[in-house]
Each structure stands twice: as structure tokens, then as C-alpha cells.
Design a protein around this ligand. Structure first.
Ligand SMILES: Nc1ncnc2c1ncn2[C@@H]1O[C@H](COP(=O)(O)OP(=O)(O)OP(=O)(O)O)[C@@H](O)[C@H]1O
Ligand SMILES: [Mg+2]
Length: 411
């Protein structure tokens, strides 16, 4: 398999794009005016769309426009109101497959089919979808692709943080207009959620459990009554058919702002698991690294599968606290060592190999990245790493180059 090189491993992470609170969109600040100019109600960010293929990281609906169009053309199953595709076609888009005319749909999510089927079906019901899981299990990635396949637009996004205000979920005001004309629909700046309600689309809320509990509760009326009251105008916005919401939440954040049971009842929760087998994880890492390299149009590096296998083995062993053969118990370091981090380590390694090596991915190209991912806490994690190096890596057949490379960077 030809591997390509990326200089920006972070591009493995889907990027939040429209997370500014709604009132920033129409404020009088230069930044507010600029973002107002760049947005149209349902077409995402105008400038990004104009740039098309030049975007560093195109939205899912742009990057996979050909696949989505082929699916739409050949999909003769019933589509829920306002859906671009049938639930079957959405699942095929996520899991990959071949269409009757021979078009190959690449897999976006590698994991149990049932999980995707339940997630897609939930979006066709009156319940919202909550994707839960440990870091790096593709929650954001799946939510972006679901929104792209169902609504053709994955940009109706609210990024949850401890400082997310209610306006980011409801609506804000263009204060210049508000002061000049008083409250009116023209002075109101809709949030991505409000836009999704009026246009029958899927909105996304990232990291729901990081949002303060009282702000989270704004979603209760939206999700149960499917309305958003605007008391200032004595009006309300009623969601049209096709509206739904996908939230993501990280297992490790739970407890910080745990979901109220009232809100939780409005969601169907789908837990995204860590890859079941080493082969599945190697498959995910190689696919994503290849895609990232392609999207950045960087020079190809030939076969790096052996090194990818080693990175995945190290991550899985340390994460699971036991060696692959089950013989040696290990201490787990404090970092998550997720698949997403393995993707970053390999991508960095490929960039090193292409720019400073001989174009072949070697142990020395991934060693520093692995060290960075494993040793988060300089004291405790370093001891765990050194113990792993000396007791497991050193003894393993065919791993001498890897052992040496790791020793060199572990000072
Ligand atoms: N099972 C999988 N199938 C396909 N890609 C995956 C899988 N697991 C992880 N990835 C890849 O990992 C990267 C990171 O995923 P993503 O950012 O969606 O994780 P996340 O669960 O949202 O993490 P966090 O909790 O840190 O927000 C993506 O590039 C995604 O393609
Ligand atoms: Mg995420």
C-alpha cells in the first residue's frame, strides 16, 4: 500500500468550524461582521465553499461529494422527510460498499455495522443521538459524516466548552440592529441549532458534557417540544421535519457536568468502542493516514505497514495493561493512547521519513512520536515506558531496530 505523508497530524481531527456563539455572528465587532459575511443560512461558510478543493480540510460533504452523489442517484429506498439519502444509503456511506453501477464507497467508520445502523435509525426518529466513548473513538468523525450524508451539510455545529453560553444554542442578537430598530426577526442571529430547526437539518453539538448544566438544559425544550421560544418577540420557532441533533461526549468528561436525567431521556446513546482487534486498528490507522496525505497532496512514502503494526501493538499493549500474548502484565500510562493518537504518530513519522529520511518509514521515524504519546506525566509515565522497553520490547524477536530507536529518544 502506498503511504502518503502529512505535515499536519492534527488534521486527523475533524475541526470545529461554526462554534462561535450566535451573538458573535451578528455583533458589531470586525470579527463578528466578518463571520456574518462568510455565512449563509444553510450553505455553510461561503469562503470555504468558494475555495473548494483548496481547503486544507474540506468538509465531509465536499470531500466525498462524488460518493454522496452516486449514492443519491442509485438510492431507491424510502427517504425520511428532508433527508438527502435513505437510512440504508447513509449506513453504506459510513461503512463503505459497492453500488450496482460499480461505484466504490470508501468506508469512513470501521467498526460494528449495528452501531452505525442504530445511529442512523435514531436520526429518523424523534429522539436525538448521543455518541459516547473514550477519546479518539471517532465520535466527532462519525457525527460529521452522518450530518453530511443526511442533510448534505455538516457545518451546523456548536462546540461545547465550559464557557458555552445559551446564545450558542438558542440565538443571539445583532446589537447594532437591535439598538437601532428594537427587537425583530431581522435583528436576531440564529444559532446553528435554530437554523437546523427551521431548515429541517441535522445540527451537531460537540462535547455536550463540557457545557454547564443550565446551558445544556436549553436543549430540553428543543428536543422534547421541538420548539424554540423567542420571548423577546412573543414568537417561537417550530422545528420542521428532518430536524435532529447529534451530540458527542467523552467518557472521561463525564461527572464534570453530567447530563441531567431529563436531557438524557431525550437522547438515544450509542457508545463507540475502541477497535476490537489489532487488525481493525491497523486498518483504521493506515486508511486515515493515507487519506490525510492525499488530501494534503504530499509525496507518497511506500509501504509503512510494518511500522504501523508496531505502533498499534505498543498502543494496544500499554492501553490494555497486558502484552498481546497475554503473558506479561503491564502498567498503563496516563495518556489515552487512542487510535487518533496512533494516526498522528504515524503521520508525523511519514513526514519525517519523506523530508529527512530515505523515504521509507522506519522505527526511528515513529519512536519520538510514540514517546510523546506515552510519556504525558514526566515522572510516572517515564518509568512505565522504560519498564516496557526493557522487559517487552527488548526481548521481542525482530524488534531490535525499534528498541534501539526508542532507547535513543528516551533520555
Ligand atoms: N473506528 C474508526 N473508524 C474510522 N476512523 C477512526 C476510528 N477510530 C478513530 N478513527 C479516526 O480517529 C480520528 C479521531 O477521531 P475523532 O476526533 O472523531 O475522535 P473523538 O472520539 O471525537 O475524540 P475526542 O473524544 O477526543 O473528541 C479520526 O481521524 C478518525 O478517522
Ligand atoms: Mg471529538
Amino acid at each position: 500500500m502506498a503511504m502518503r505523508v502529512s505535515v499536519d497530524p492534527m488534521s486527523a481531527e475533524p475541526s470545529p468550524r461554526t462554534s462561535a456563539p450566535a451573538n458573535e455572528g451578528g455583533g458589531t465587532s470586525p470579527a463578528g461582521q466578518a463571520s456574518q459575511l462568510l455565512r449563509t443560512p444553510s450553505e455553510g461558510t461561503v469562503r470555504e465553499k468558494e475555495q473548494g478543493a483548496q481547503a486544507l480540510r474540506p468538509h465531509a460533504e465536499d470531500a466525498f461529494a462524488a460518493e454522496l452523489a452516486a449514492l443519491a442517484a442509485q438510492d431507491d429506498r424510502p427517504r425520511p422527510a428532508c433527508w438527502r439519502l435513505s437510512p440504508w444509503a447513509v449506513a453504506t456511506y459510513l461503512l463503505g460498499g459497492a453500488l450496482p453501477d460499480g461505484t466504490v464507497i470508501s468506508p469512513k467508520y470501521v467498526g460494528p455495522r449495528r452501531i452505525v445502523e442504530v445511529a442512523v435509525t435514531t436520526l429518523a426518529t424523534d429522539r436525538a443521538l448521543l455518541l459516547l466513548g473514550v477519546p479518539g473513538t471517532a465520535k466527532t468523525w462519525v457525527s460529521e459524516h452522518l450530518a453530511a450524508a443526511v442533510s448534505g451539510d455538516s457545518t451546523l455545529l456548536v462546540q461545547g466548552t465550559a464557557g458555552t453560553p445559551e446564545e450558542a444554542i438558542r440565538y443571539g442578537w445583532n446589537y447594532a440592529r437591535l439598538l437601532a430598530q428594537g427587537p425583530s426577526r431581522a435583528a436576531l442571529v440564529p444559532s446553528p441549532v435554530m437554523r437546523a430547526m427551521t431548515e429541517g437539518m441535522v445540527a451537531r453539538v460537540e462535547e455536550l458534557t463540557r457545557i454547564p448544566a443550565d446551558v445544556q438544559d436549553t436543549l430540553i425544550t428543543i428536543l422534547s417540544e421541538k420548539t424554540l421560544p423567542i420571548p423577546e418577540l412573543g414568537q417561537e420557532v417550530q422545528a420542521v421535519r428532518g430536524f435532529n441533533l447529534i451530540a458527542t461526549a467523552n467518557d472521561r468528561d463525564r461527572g464534570v457536568n453530567d447530563l441531567s436525567s431529563a436531557l438524557r431521556r431525550r437522547f438515544n446513546t450509542v457508545v463507540l468502542p475502541l477497535p476490537e482487534s489489532p487488525e481493525a486498528e491497523v486498518d483504521i490507522v493506515s486508511r486515515r493516514v493515507d487519506q490525510i496525505g492525499r488530501s494534503l497532496d504530499l509525496p507518497a512514502v511506500p509501504d509503512g505497514i510494518d511500522e504501523i503494526r508496531r505502533v498499534v501493538t505498543v498502543f494496544r499493549e500499554l492501553r490494555g495493561g497486558v502484552t498481546t500474548d497475554g503473558h506479561t502484565k503491564l502498567k498503563s500510562p496516563s495518556g489515552t493512547l487512542s487510535t487518533a493518537e496512533a494516526i498522528s504518530v504515524v503521520t508525523n513519522g511519514l513526514a519525517l521519513a519523506a523530508h529527512f529520511g530515505d523515504g521509507v518509514l522506519r522505527a526511528s521515524d515513529v519512536a519520538a512520536g510514540i514517546l510523546g504519546a506515552v510519556v504525558r506525566d514526566p515522572a510516572a509515565d517515564r518509568v512505565i515506558w522504560q519498564e516496557y522497553l526493557e522487559t517487552v520490547v527488548r526481548e521481542r524477536d525482530g524488534w531490535t531496530d525499534f528498541y534501539r530507536a526508542c532507547r535513543e529518544v528516551t533520555v
